[in-house]
Every structure is written in C-alpha cells, then in structure tokens.
Design a binder for this molecule. Sequence first.
Ligand code: ATP
Length: 643
Amino acid sequence: MMGGPGGPARLLNTETSKPQNLGATLAQFGHYFRPYWLGVLISFSMVIASVWTQVTAPDLIGQAVDCYLYPNPANCWYTTASLTATANDRIAGLAGLVGLLVALFIAGALFGGASFYSMNWAGQHALRKIREDLFDQIHRLSLGYYAENEAGNIMSRITSDTDTIQQALGFALINVLSGALLIVWIVIKMLQANVVYALLSLSVVPVMALATVYFSGQARRAFRQSRREMGNVNAGLQESIAGVREVQAFNREDESIEQFRRANAANRDANVRAASFTTALNPVLEALGYVALAIVVVVGGLSLLRGQPLFGGAAISLGVVFAFLQYVQRFNQPIQQLAVMWTNVQSAIAGGERIFGLLEIEPDVTDKPGAQTMPPIKGRVVFDNVAFSYGQGAGTGATQATSGTTSSAKPQVLKGVSFTAEPGQMIAIVGPTGAGKTTIINLIPRFYDVSGGAVTIDGLDVRDVRRDSLRSQIGIVLQDSFLFSDTVMNNIRYGRLDANDEEVIAAAKLASADAFIERLPDGYATVLGERGGGLSQGQRQLIAIARAALANPHILILDEATSSVDTRTERLIQQAFDQLMEGRTSFVIAHRLSTIRNADQVLMLKDGQIIERGTHNELLAHRGAYYDLYMSQFRREEEPAAV
Ligand SMILES: Nc1ncnc2c1ncn2[C@@H]1O[C@H](COP(=O)(O)OP(=O)(O)OP(=O)(O)O)[C@@H](O)[C@H]1O
C-alpha cells in the first residue's frame, strides 16, 4: 500500500540515487534518432538558415540608416549611393531594402517552420520506437521484476516520461538550438562591428548567465521531484483501484484517500516550486535586457554626440547603434527562451534517463544464445535437488543496484527439492501456506530460474530451451486467472489465437463452461468487464480451464481455488479438471480431497522441503505430517461420503 514499507518510498530512493549520466542518455537518444538522421539534418540546416535571417536583419536595418536615412558612406556597404543622392533616390533605395527585409522575414519564418516540422517528424518516429521497445521490455521482464516494482510507476515511465520527451522534441529542442546559435552568432557579429562597444553592451550577459543557471538548476530539481511524486500518485491510484475490494472490506477508505492526498499534495508542491522558478526567471532576464538596451543607447548616444568613440576603439555610426539595439533585443529573447526551454529539455533528459534505465534492465530470465526449441513434450518432469530464493536474478539485482541498497542474503524458499513426474502422472502438492507450492510450479514454465539444482523436462534442462517453445506446451489455470475486457469467445481463444469458433466452443464444452456461457446475455459474444467482472469466481475459473483446454498443452499446472464455490460449480470444475488432466502430466496445488485421492504422487511440502511423499493412502498409513493435515483439513470433506 502507498507509503507502506517497501512501497513508493523505496522507489523514490531508487530514483534519487540513480546515477545521472547525461552523456549516456544523449547517446541513447542518438541511437533512436539515427534512422531518421535526414530529418534531423534538414531540421538543423533549417535552424541555421533561420538564424542567419535573424542576424542579417539588424545589419540591413543599420544599412537603412547609414545608406539612406542619415547617409554615412564610410559605413554604407549595401549601396554605392552618395551623400548627394536625391530624396527620391533614397526613398527608392530604402523601399528596395525594406522589400529585402520583408523577404528575409518571410524566409526566416518558413525556415523556422521547416525546422520544427522535420524535427517533429524525426522525433515522433524515434518516440514511436522508444514506446515499442518499452512495451517489448515490459513483456521481457520476469515476474520477479513486477513483484518488486509497482505497475503505476512503470506506467508513469511509459506515459508521462514519453510525453515530456515528446514536448521537448516537439518544440523545446529546436528553440534551444536556434537560441544558442543566435546568441553565439550575434556575439560574433557585435564583436566584428565594434569590439569595445560590443563588450560594453554584453556586460550584463554574465549576470544573465548566473541568473539562468541558478533558476533553471532549481527548476530542474523541482521538475525531477514532481515527476517522482507523479509516479507515486500513479502507483497509489493504480493500487487503490486494483485493491478496491480490500480497501472497502477493511474500511480503509479514509486512510487510502489520505495517503493519496499526501502524495498528490507533494506532487502539487513540487510542481508549484518548479513553476515558481521557471516564471521568476523571465522578469529577471527582462529587467537585465533593459539594462543592456540602456547601455547601448547611452554609450552609442554619447559616442555619436561627442563624435569620438568612448573608451577608445573604432568610431560608431548611427546605423551601428541601430544595429546594436536590434542585436541586443534579439539577444534577450533567445536567452529567456533558452533558459525556459532548457528546463524542458532537461526534464526530457531526466525522463529519458528513467526510460532508458527501464530499457537497460536485463531480464533475469532470458533465452541462452542458441537455445534449442523444446521438442513436443512427452511429460517426464524432474526436479533435481532444486534450491531457490527470490530476488537473486539480474533484473531484480539491477533494481537493487540503482537503489543503492546492498543485497542481503535472501532466504531460501526451496531447499533440495527432488521428485520425478512420469508422463501422464498427476502430482498433488500440499502443505501449509508459504511452504513453497506456488514457487515449485513457477519453476516449471521457467517464470524464475532455480538458484541450485535443475528442472528438466524429458531430460532437457528448462534453461537450455527457448521459453516460448516451452511455455506454449504448458497450460496454467490459476485460482484467479486474468480475464480481459473482451468477449468470452476471445478470452477463451487467448489459449490458442488461431482457433476457430467451433474449437473454442468445443474447449468450453470440455471445461463444462458451455452451459453457463450460453445463458449469458450475448452468449459467447458477451463482453466481460475488466478482470472478468460480472462472472462468479467459479465461472471465471471454468473459462480459464477452457482457455487451457484450447491450448492443448502437454503439461498442466492447476492451482485449485481455496475459496468455496457452490457445490454444483465445484462439481463442474472438478469434472473439467479431470477431463483436462487426462493423458497429461499435471501438477496441482491441491485443496480438494478428491484431487489428492486421484493423484499418483502427493508431495507434502513444509518450509521449502518435501517432508513426505507417496499416494494418499500411503501417506495416511505413515501417520506423519500429511496425516495431521488430513485430520485437520480434509477429514470434513470425507465425512458426508462416509454417512
Ligand atoms: N515474489 C516474491 N518475492 C519474495 N518472496 C516471495 C515471493 N513470492 C513468494 N515469496 C515467499 O516465498 C515463500 C513461498 O511462497 P509460495 O507462494 O511458494 O508459498 P505457497 O506454498 O504457494 O503459499 P500459499 O499456499 O499461501 O499460496 C513464502 O515465504 C513467500 O513469502
């Protein structure tokens, strides 16, 4: 639950101590942009062209003054017009220059538009690939990863972090690039025009830079915090929705709402903080911009009035003062933009870091290079001295590495488990809660890898075969199998996607699910609610059995429901299980006496070890732990039969 031990607080730490490697993150972005290099190249070229129009315009405005309005041949390079040119000639020349300026502005706007368009094109393509890779990675990560990381946080990476990147690629990056280029280019132009005047005009720049670094640094920190809090808000939301039954059953609505409110308030505070820094920067830079303008006017005006340059250096013309006014004005705008947009780019980089961090996690269960395809399974399953502890794989290890915690020795959940299931046998696994029953069945389809020993099927170690070829031959029916919000037909078809309607219905009949499905409002076309809402638990299990039957697996794994369903449904489920298990090697976490009686072998598990094994009758005769379990748990089931 939110705020509980090992909950979002742990993730918050994970994020805080994560190394921030700008170079590596940029390299990753580069990797995704490489296929769209042409779009990026066009975009960058358009940025250069657009900035060129912006630095050329002040020159032309200066020339309008020096050549036509207040002619000064020494500074007029645009035309050979002399001081004696008539007013009409000067007006005509000025009109031509204005026409050129208009053309320059139009070209600048077109270049600017083209740069945004091509960057967006490349960005959207790269982002699509990033999303696809994320989605693939979600499926590659092992169950161990999901046991340690909240779904809400993972969703936040996929949705809000990619959104941040999208915004940055959409406009912030181009603004930052063109702003930076414009500033450098203007500085060079100013220095070329008049070094002393340029240095005086630029004297506020260090103050601007300091203000920018301070405010954007603070904003970046606040943005980071805000994104982390957003992850917590999402995790809380997701948990509350998924666990709504428990929340209501235990009257924990107030606590749940309060915890959510706290995470939400922390997110709000972080956002307000981020906003206050980004908005405070603008007025500060604007004020400094006016100071720069005042310096240009005062220094330029005094030099012109005195007819000699102040502080030495080359003489200044009125055209140069006009050009400098333009330069300084143009200079202010991108510096403000740069600072604000840079925080956007920074938050995108931070989002990228988190996304690439997720993409870089090596799943702890992967196919070996050159792993072979599992041949059709005959069904001999051997556990050979299997040991297992949770949280030892590479994927979960990576999480620990990023959280900075040292991995302590994990308790062994299975110790020296050995047994053999012959083809077609039914193995019932019994034992107290937490004994390791689920863990054993999780090792057969290789949801986790053993820490010691080996699990082999028909003599092949499950680690040596491709997981898809292994899992496609194993059917699993859990107590609460996941049903999708789709039709009943498609939910069953999930077991084998190429099955036709007749095959689906045949599987439903085998699972004794056909009768109740036919009674649903739209029969097989009935759309189920999320997680199979609208159906009883027994009905959901019957659909899950039909799904497994359709897959026609060689090995079956069944987790019998502990909660009681009505006797009729119970009988149906039992029949369905029996039908399904026929001729297949089956492993059943057994909660019903009838299942255990039918089992070829009963494995009695305690604290991760098999403490007794044999058939039901053999174990009863042994009068050990199984006998005690039988007396306390199963005897009741037998009594009515005995009457
Ligand atoms: N993902 C996990 N990470 C860490 N420990 C786990 C994880 N899953 C289970 N465990 C621990 O492993 C032990 C065995 O759990 P397992 O689920 O196999 O027991 P079980 O016999 O199936 O219990 P039950 O009958 O209650 O389902 C327990 O102590 C449990 O706390």
